[in-house]
Design a protein around this ligand. Structure first.
Ligand code: ATP
Ligand code: SF4
Ligand code: MG
Length: 340
């Protein structure tokens, strides 16, 4: 079995936000804490992809940025190759930066519009090591081969590239520094469907060739299924279900995961999963971080909670559901998991 390259233990990132609140005739300022990531734990092996899914605002990007130490965690631990990197200074982190890289959602991020592809890649290959001009030329050409881009594109400016070509240059930049762990944040979302497939294939080929590990963040569950060995589902800052992709996608145990995957038409048999038939069009209400929650955060939207007649366990503030193993490493945080 391949080695664990990244281990995340009870990671939390809370942001604070100032808000003005009207109380009586007075307007007061109040500081709110947003638990964007709350007690998240997982690990990633060499040559492995973990998909991270969940709706907008659930904390996916914050997980990615915190493990890369682009932002500091509020608490918890991040181990890279068994080394605790949680509290390293920027200077101590610098030599590790090349190992852990981010592919941005924005196709233009990191691509200086005033630089040709040649300069963008030359800069990337020489940022961590001193190379001669001849070595830089060899390396940039090798990168273009790896991401299937024509050498003629070296003289293009980013504005002269298609979306798919910009994505390939973005991927070449992270390969240039020698990344081992790549956080790919919605790497296909800004692309046409046919180009998305090419990028997915490219990322998979590169993984096989170079033994890369990906944290693959996406809204697109079909792409996540294609890319990922395992999947973690986030809801309001917490992982509510995690396991091998085939388990999570076709035998979801958490009601939220079930509803997410059910939106992929006809994938699941309702009856097989739960005697209380779930309504796929359950009333989802308004998604709101500030909604007061006690116990399970999903309770205000949970169809199982509704159908079971609001069981007290679900809203018990002392009894928030924690991830527990339901077999073969499949973990679920729910007092009444589906399929029981
Ligand atoms: N720098 C910040 N300051 C304050 N709040 C923030 C900051 N960054 C993120 N948040 C809040 O944290 C929560 C999680 O944000 P995040 O960007 O991680 O979500 P996401 O799952 O990546 O969403 P999306 O799918 O839309 O990209 C959101 O409520 C967001 O508003
Ligand atoms: S713990 Fe209760 S409210 Fe939460 S997901 Fe499970 S059934 Fe729904
Ligand atoms: Mg995001």
């Amino acid at each position: 079995m391949s080695k664990t390259i990244l281990e995340v233990k009870q990671l939390s990132k809370h942001f604070s936000r100032n808000r003005s609140v009207l109380s009586g005739l007075q307007r007061n300022r109040r500081t709110e804490i947003i638990p964007a990531v709350d007690n998240v734990s997982f690990y990633l092996r060499e040559n492995e992809t973990m998909g991270l899914v969940g709706e907008s605002g659930c904390g996916k990007t914050t997980v990615g940025r915190t493990i890369l130490r682009l932002i500091k965690p509020t608490s918890g631990t991040v181990l890279f190759n068994d080394r605790d990197i949680t509290h390293l200074s920027d200077q101590e982190l610098r030599p590790l930066r090349k190992d852990m890289q981010l592919i941005f959602q924005d196709l233009d991020a990191g691509l200086n519009p005033k630089m040709r592809v040649q300069s963008i890649l030359s800069e990337a290959v020489s940022v961590f090591e001193r190379l001669s001009d001849a070595e830089i030329k060899v390396k940039t050409r090798m990168l273009l081969d790896q991401v299937n881009l024509k050498y003629s594109k070296l003289s293009s400016y980013p504005s002269e590239l298609s979306g798919g070509e910009k994505r390939r240059v973005g991927i070449a930049r992270v390969l240039a520094v020698g990344a081992k762990i790549i956080v790919a944040d919605e790497p296909t979302s800004a692309l046409d469907v046919s180009i998305q497939a090419q990028v997915v294939n490219l990322l998979r080929e590169l993984q096989t060739q170079l033994g890369l590990s990906y944290l693959f963040i996406s809204h697109d569950l079909q792409v996540v299924e294609l890319m990922s060995h395992k999947v973690a589902v986030m809801y309001l800052g917490k992982i509510v279900e995690m396991g091998l992709t085939e388990h999570v996608s076709s035998a979801a145990r958490h009601p939220y995961t079930y509803i997410l995957w059910s939106s992929l038409v006809g994938k699941l048999s309702l009856e097989a999963l739960h005697p209380l038939k779930l309504d796929r069009r359950a009333n989802w209400g308004v998604f709101d971080f500030e909604r007061p929650t006690r116990g399970c955060r999903f309770a205000p939207r949970c169809p199982v909670y509704e159908r079971l007649g609001h069981p007290a366990e679900c809203t018990d503030p002392e009894n928030e559901p924690q991830l527990r193993d339901v077999g073969e490493g499949h973990q679920v945080a729910c007092h009444f998991p589906l399929g029981n």
